[in-house]
Design a protein around this ligand. Structure first.
Ligand SMILES: C[S@@+](CC[C@H](N)C(=O)[O-])C[C@H]1O[C@@H](n2cnc3c(N)ncnc32)[C@H](O)[C@@H]1O
Length: 371
């Protein structure tokens, strides 16, 4: 069948039943991820006009490469699967600027280096490909991770193995995944004297996506490592605090409730997960014709408005732990602001919010208007 996305048309094996596409090598659920990537590539080229080469390291149907090529990028697509490669070749007109290679992404990244932008979109964890990406990319590494259970600590051992860090299963599981992934990527990049700065990062229920701008300098790698630290989380009262550095500095008991059920996660990335100026530039590059334009605009605006605090709270979980009913989110956040704290919604869900108040301060500021 033919699929049209972002103004390009491609052929994919499969069929459309009642408007629902069931295609091999093409996942319509990742359209927002691809729309955002194309808009970000446009915005990035304004920032770094020299950038011109894009490696779609796990290409499947070739859709990412095709969309980047339509925007003038010199594109190399790669996949290990012979059928995917044949399909991508059918979809992309190979010429001087566009090639499709059958091969392992790690080998192709090294062979093609330097590449301005490398996009990793594997099944599951991207970590087996991270070293080659940071060794080979000049400007930007874009990463999708779909192994959300290991990333958030639900599959603890798998998370430890993949990310050389200890993720913990908390109520901010998607953000745990974001910060574990960024930490592992920063440490991978540092091996090559490369510093990473996340310019866009977001989580959806089934994946985390981040775009990392690179600086090729040992001092930049050191600066990125300085963003790492640990999260201490109390399972009883949902108190949390962070400690900077690669060695965890955790209290024995919860400073808020005295409980002993403390979880320590890390090393995690505690720094900013996006560049607000870049988010605005990306927003300006999303045409109405993109299939996910309105959802993407909403996401980009949520990301821009979100506070930098490293963990969000879930209003319903907090209220439940206090034995009080939840009220409207706007009123709840308004009470925090009226008490002198910063507060913002967080893109992780409708009841997710960020604040610089701790759990006791949140309760004192909001409880009088609950129930
Ligand atoms: C999630 S799909 C890619 C989807 C595609 N980027 C898109 O946006 O539609 C993952 C692809 O990675 C390929 N793959 C798996 N291991 C690989 C490797 N070591 N090197 C290159 N490609 C690989 C698979 O064959 C599969 O086509």
């Amino acid at each position: 069948m033919r699929v049209t996305e972002g103004g390009v048309s491609l052929s994919v094996p499969g069929e459309s039943t009642d408007g629902v596409e069931e295609a091999v090598f093409y996942n319509p659920r990742q359209e927002l991820n691809r729309d955002l990537t194309v808009a970000a590539l446009r915005a990035y080229r304004e920032r770094e006009p020299r950038a011109e080469t894009y490696l779609d390291a796990m290409t499947a149907s070739g859709i990412r490469g095709l969309r980047a090529a339509a925007d003038g990028w010199r594109v190399t697509c790669c996949d290990t699967d012979g059928e995917a490669v044949a399909l991508a070749r059918e979809n992309l007109a190979e010429d001087d600027g566009t090639r499709v290679i059958e091969g392992d992404a790690n080998a192709v990244m090294h062979a093609e280096a330097p590449v301005d932008v490398i996009d990793l979109d594997p099944y599951g964890t991207p970590m087996p490909f991270a070293d080659a990406a940071f060794a080979s990319a000049r400007d930007l590494v874009c990463v999708t991770a779909t192994d959300t259970a290991p990333l958030c600590g639900a599959h603890l051992q798998s998370g430890i193995r993949s990310y050389s860090a200890v993720p913990r299963n908390t109520e901010y599981h998607a953000e745990m995944g974001v910060r574990i992934l960024l930490s592992a990527l920063a440490r991978s990049a540092a091996r090559f004297d490369v510093g990473v700065a996340p310019i866009v990062t977001y989580a959806r229920s089934h994946y985390v996506r981040t775009l990392l701008e690179l600086t090729h300098k040992p001092t930049a790698a050191d600066a990125a490592l300085e963003e790492l630290g640990h999260i201490v989380h109390c399972e009883d009262c949902l108190y949390r605090e962070t400690s900077e550095g690669l060695i965890a500095d955790a209290p024995d008991t919860c400073p808020n409730c005295g409980g002993q059920r403390l979880l320590v996660a890390g090393p995690v990335w505690l720094g900013p997960t996006r560049d607000r100026g870049f988010l605005e530039a990306v927003r300006g590059e999303v045409p109405d014709s993109f299939g996910t334009a309105s959802k993407l605009d909403e996401l980009l605006s949520e990301l821009a408005g979100e506070l930098d605090e490293p963990t969000h709270y879930d209003q319903h979980k907090l209220c439940k732990s206090w034995g009080l009913p939840a009220n409207a989110m706007d009123d709840f956040l308004g009470d925090l602001r009226a008490a002198g704290f910063s507060a913002s919604p967080a893109h992780y869900g409708g009841t997710a919010f960020k604040t610089d108040a701790d759990v006791a301060e949140i309760r004192a500021a909001t409880a009088p208007n609950l129930g």
